[in-house]
Design a protein around this ligand. Structure first.
Ligand code: KIV
Ligand code: ZN
Length: 522
């Protein structure tokens, strides 16, 4: 088996990208992905050259285990990692899952900070050292590539952190991750921590050091880059910055910062950056987390120039206001593309151009929806096609499906929705009045299904401009402590809203084992 460490360390300016969208990212409340979605995300990560994909937390549930196995079986270039607490059963389970990968990694972690030791673990420092020796050795007996993380490292006294790191490397860890678990660090301090540990731990050269930063203070990317300046050569990050609470460092931002400012930070990654925009769309659709318009690199406005002065400068020379090109991150000009006369071959070509390779069934389904859209909408733009393919509401596996709905609204009067749903194959009808049309629709669905999820978020925006533009609706629901999000795009705003609501509802119904969830870390 080839391991990634420590021989590759000879290339001292290379920064390895460790993506944890499928583990830390998927832990965000409401970001649960289906197996199919996880495979789609893993595929684009592998294609874009992500060095390590953390595919899940195998002990958490059978679903998580199966997902790590499935990702491992399909991996082409990336190392596939599985997370494990410092518990023998976790490590065995992670080892069982990643052994299907051409190159697998066990990533085991234990808390090191005084506050975690006192209140969460109830262990002494000596006990933690013993745990590190045992668990890292156990992992190393299963696989050559072992990563050890000291959870809450940034709130751990440096002398104890150095002892933990030394112990982990002696026990066989090949990567040492020092996370800013609670997003508390500031860049200089984080860089200094790596410098200190790398300079004081005698065997530090036997491992690659890694950053893992949370964004509670909006510093995750800055801290990750500072960690590299301090000596780290692996960055743990997620697409769109998805992750616990305020999220993790955004992969697209660290990659483009290193690339665009190589003069100030002389390090490089092997990421093919033209895949970034598509990866962002895939993750946004799979997690049902919309990307904020002004998000760096992949936001809808990231390359839009509105003010007259900026537009004037751009027309004269793009570099006046652009520090990187939209093409370098895979953003193409929105073009007027297709209409109702476009055939299968043209549609397939367009999908390929937009970066989609669909299987036969998925292609057929997408083509039917495209034709339906082209019948209703004169101009079908690239953005419409992306929204149509990424819209996974109404999938064949859904337990609740929209059959029909009729909404009647009167100014100053009633708003009524008559709805027919198919629930587990049975036809159910409901009628409900609401304070507005959307309220009536959501109430009718609740009446038909017989349960009352709490609506956490409802938002609608236009996929393109114009009154005939598709509406993209987003809904987030909470029920019994679980949160799920749903998206749908449709020319009719009310139908999009109903389908987004049902998409979120169907996700709430996806059976997901809860074992070990409580112990999961950010
Ligand atoms: O934030 C964190 O500390 C983590 C660890 C499990 C690496 O996610
Ligand atoms: Zn984390």
């Amino acid at each position: 088996m080839t391991t990634q460490t420590p021989d590759t360390q000879s290339n001292k300016d290379r920064v390895f990208i460790f993506d944890t969208t499928l583990r830390d990212g998927e832990q965000s409340p409401g970001a649960t992905m289906t197996l199919e979605e996880k495979l789609q995300v893993a595929e684009i990560l592998d294609d874009m050259g992500v060095d390590i994909i953390e595919a899940g937390f195998p002990i958490a549930s059978n679903g998580d285990f199966e997902a790590v196995v499935a990702v491992a079986k399909r991996a082409k270039r990336s190392v596939i990692a599985g997370l494990a607490r410092a518990i023998p059963a976790d490590i065995d389970r992670a080892g069982e899952a990643v052994r299907f990968a051409p190159r697998g990694r066990i990533h085991t972690f234990v808390s090191t900070s005084p506050i975690h030791l006192a209140h969460q673990m109830r262990k002494t420092q000596d006990e933690v050292i013993e745990i590190i020796t045992k668990t890292v050795s156990q992992a190393r007996n299963l696989i050559d590539d072992v990563e050890w993380s000291g959870m809450d490292a940034t709130r751990t006294p440096l002398d104890f952190l150095a002892r933990c790191v030394d112990t982990a490397i002696k026990a066989g860890a090949t990567t040492i991750n020092l996370p800013d678990t609670v997003g508390y660090a500031v860049p200089e301090e984080y860089a200094a921590m790596f410098r200190h540990i790398i300079n004081t731990v005698p065997n530090a050269d036997k491992a690659i050091f890694s950053t893992h930063c949370h964004n509670d203070l909006g510093l995750a990317v800055a801290n990750s880059l500072a960690g590299v300046i301090g000596g780290a050569r692996q960055i743990e990050c997620t697409i769109n910055g998805l992750g616990e609470r305020a999220g993790n460092a955004a992969l697209e931002e660290v990659v483009m910062a290193l690339r665009t400012r190589a003069d100030a930070m002389p390090y490089h990654t092997e990421i093919e950056s033209t895949h970034l925009a598509r990866a962002s769309k895939i993750v946004s659709a799979a997690s049902n987390f919309p990307v904020q318009y002004n998000k760096a690199i992949v936001g809808k406005n990231a390359f839009a120039h509105e003010s007259g002065i900026h537009q004037d400068g751009m027309l004269k020379n793009a570099q006046t206001y652009e520090i990187m090109t939209p093409e370098s991150v895979g953003i193409k000009e929105t073009t007027l593309v297709m209409g109702k006369h476009s055939g299968r071959a043209a549609f397939k070509d367009k999908l390929r151009e937009l970066g989609y390779e669909l299987g036969d069934n998925a292609f057929q389904e997408a083509f039917v929806r495209f034709k339906d859209l082209a019948d209703r909408k004169k101009h079908v733009y690239d953005a419409d096609i992306v929204a149509l393919v990424d819209d996974e509401s109404g999938s064949a596996d859904d337990r609740i499906k929209l059959v029909d709905m009729e909404v009647v609204s009167k100014t100053g009067g009633t708003h009524r929705c008559d709805m027919t749903l198919s629930i587990d194959g049975e036809t159910v009808t409901a009628s409900f009045d609401g304070t507005g049309s959307v309220d009536a629709i959501f109430n009718a669905i609740k009446q038909a299904v017989g349960k009352e999820p709490h609506l956490v978020l409802y938002a609608v925006d236009g996929v393109t401009g114009g009154t005939d533009a598709q509406a993209s609706a987003h809904v987030r629901l909470e029920m019994g402590g679980r949160i799920a999000s749903g998206n749908a795009a449709e020319p009719d705003t009310l139908v999009a809203s109903a389908r987004a609501y049902l998409n979120a509802y169907n996700r709430l119904l996806i059976d997901r084992g809860q074992a070990a969830q409580g112990a999961m870390a950010g």
